[in-house]
Design a protein around this ligand. Structure first.
Ligand code: ZN
Ligand code: MN
Length: 482
């Protein structure tokens, strides 16, 4: 009997923290990194009698994310209580949206290398509050509730992905959209963009999905790819040896490169969801949706397509430049200052990006875009070489100096004056009489030697094309003399 071939089915659930100033249902600050338990109040601590009030800015940001991903906004949605006990959840329930989310049915197009574009459908996006954070230490556990009540959107994908690689590509594309529309800072390490993955496999051709394993807390793109790949391999090995897959939650151990069982999967009815009696239904009117639609920026996919189709960039360069809104804005500023699109893309995507520092939505760029445009013009005009441009750029970084200042400072400008180059050539030919005779006798390969000598004599500043041209004249002219 031949071993059946298996196919994997992966659906991602992403929790993204909205960049509001305050929490979802109270006025506490939602910032990261404050001393533990300094951003708390009776509402987010779940003290008796405290009443939640919905943060309208969180709603606007949620709608913006949903519209950027093509979801339909539902006019009325309901906040529900998801009941469970955990030390970092002081109320004993999480306020979330259950059977009535505020948006549904969207999609994200992803580009899988070697396989072309693929549509990954998004089932729903809903609003919910974050829990606090348990800090486990030897012998004790502590709880920080600064994060309790921070607004999240949960983005629930359909199981349309089929490998760890596709999952990582989807996740990057999703992050780029959320960062682009300004609702999330895309920071996996600080936990403001988190991913759980549902992974199952089935024999090729079978219609129903296999038992589903949920992988928790995959906090880097690399972990997502590796954990899913490892989990698919584990499930296949279990099925091929006649075993069955348990429906459970598993974690990722980066050290061993394997997943491990955490707990058996709880069913929805265990959480006893019910509508939150303290919160009215959330009504989102069409006028707000229209206003948000009008204000949406050009999204990464559209920008990428434009860079490729009308500016002639290769996909790779277009992807790099559209990975952060500040970077693409910088690139477009350089174009507005007259830079060539392809040359600017290469320079911004390598030299500039290497020196850029992103902090969420902000990005520190080391130089001004119009200075990059000017630097590329200096190369284009032959004033400096491409190699010298990198040295000039290094001196421009963080100093505010213009490329012209640095070129003057370093004495780098190329020698373009034919008379000056001719003087250098004549001197070099005179000093290398034997080689000049050999060149005239037909050893044309010696030209490279002469070029090298002239470049050396000019400290690398002579324009190489002119040196070549004038050297040939000088060598030939001498031959014609009696
Ligand atoms: Zn609070
Ligand atoms: Mn959730």
């Amino acid at each position: 009997m031949s071993t059946p071939t298996f196919e994997a089915t992966i659906g991602l659930e992403v929790h993204a923290q909205l960049l509001t100033r305050t929490k979802l249902f109270c006025g506490c600050e939602a910032t990261f990194g404050a001393p533990p338990n300094t951003h708390v109040c009776p509402v987010c601590l779940g003290l008796p009698g405290a009443l939640p009030v919905l943060n309208r800015e969180a709603v606007r940001m949620g709608v913006r994310a949903a519209r950027a991903l093509g979801l339909t906004i539902l006019p009325r949605s309901i906040f529900a209580r998801k009941n469970y006990f955990y030390p970092d959840l002081p109320k004993g329930y999480q306020i979330t949206q259950y059977d009535r989310p505020f948006s549904e049915d969207g999609a994200l197009e992803i580009a899988v290398p070697g396989a072309g574009p693929k549509i990954a459908r998004i089932q729903r996006i809903h609003l919910e509050e974050d829990a606090g954070k348990s800090l486990h230490e030897p012998g004790r556990a502590r709880v920080d509730l600064n994060r309790a009540g921070v607004p999240l959107i949960e983005i629930v994908g359909h199981p349309d992905l089929s490998s760890g690689e596709e999952a990582a590509i989807y996740l990057r594309a999703l992050r780029d959209v959320l960062v682009c529309v300004g609702v999330n800072d895309g920071n996996l390490e600080e936990g403001s963009f988190r991913c759980d993955a549902n992974v199952s496999i089935r024999p090729v051709g079978r219609a129903d999905l296999g038992a589903r394993v949920e992988l928790k807390n995959l906090n880097s793109f690399r972990f997502v790819e590796r954990a899913i790949g490892s989990e698919i391999a584990r499930q296949r090995a279990v099925l091929e040896t006649g075993g069955t897959i348990a429906q459970e939650t598993r974690g990722w151990d980066e050290a061993t490169g394997t997943t491990f069982a955490m707990r058996s999967k709880e069913e929805a009815h265990d959480s006893r969801y019910f509508p939150d009696p303290d919160l009215p239904p959330l009504d989102i009117d069409l006028a707000l949706v229209r206003e948000i639609d009008r204000a949406l920026p050009e999204l990464p996919a559209a920008k990428r397509a434009r860079y490729m189709d009308s500016l002639g960039l290769p996909r790779q360069a277009a992807e790099v430049l559209t990975s952060h809104p500040r970077l693409s804005a910088f690139y477009e500023d350089a174009l507005a200052a007259g830079a060539d699109p392809v040359k600017a893309a290469n320079f911004v995507g390598s030299e500039v990006l290497r020196e850029a520092r992103a902090h969420g939505l902000a990005m520190d760029l080391p130089v001004r875009a119009r200075h990059v445009a000017r630097l590329l013009t200096l190369v284009e005009e032959g004033t400096i070489s491409g190699k010298q441009a990198k040295a000039v750029f290094a001196r421009m970084c963080g100093t505010g100096k213009t490329p012209d200042d640095v070129v003057a400072e370093l004495g780098l400008s190329q020698i373009l004056d034919p008379d000056e180059i001719r003087r250098l050539c004549v001197a070099v030919v005179a000093a290398n009489e034997k080689s000049a005779i050999a060149w005239r006798a037909g050893k044309k390969a010696l030209l490279g030697f002469f070029v090298g000598q002239v470049m050396k004599a000019s400290s690398g500043r002579a324009n190489p094309a002119l040196v070549n041209e004038i050297l040939v004249q000088v060598l030939s002219t001498v031959a014609e003399e009696p």
